[in-house]
Write a protein that binds this ligand. Sequence first.
Ligand SMILES: [Zn+2]
Length: 102
Amino acid sequence: MPIYEYRSVEKGCSHCSRGFDVIQNIKDEPLTECPQCGATVRRAVSRFSACVMETSGETASLEEKLSEYESEGKWSHAAELADKSGLNDRAMDNYKKAGYNF
Ligand SMILES: [Zn+2]
């Protein structure tokens, strides 16, 4: 389950003014109040979404590399990379362009 970080937007207690983590189901309503003092809290960037961003960063660089190979016409390189990355359709496409027949 994702971990959300909350921090008070007004003067809170020692618990919320420094920020605190809450493990919540993704479907749960976000907290609006500090459970200790009742100050208004706002959800900060969660570690969960930080993870998602890292992952999409990797995908972006893979996509970059693939496009680079494709634009240079290195179809077999692109196919191999796509194949290794689990992009089967993309791999097939590039294998075909590279002259492989299935
Ligand atoms: Zn508080």
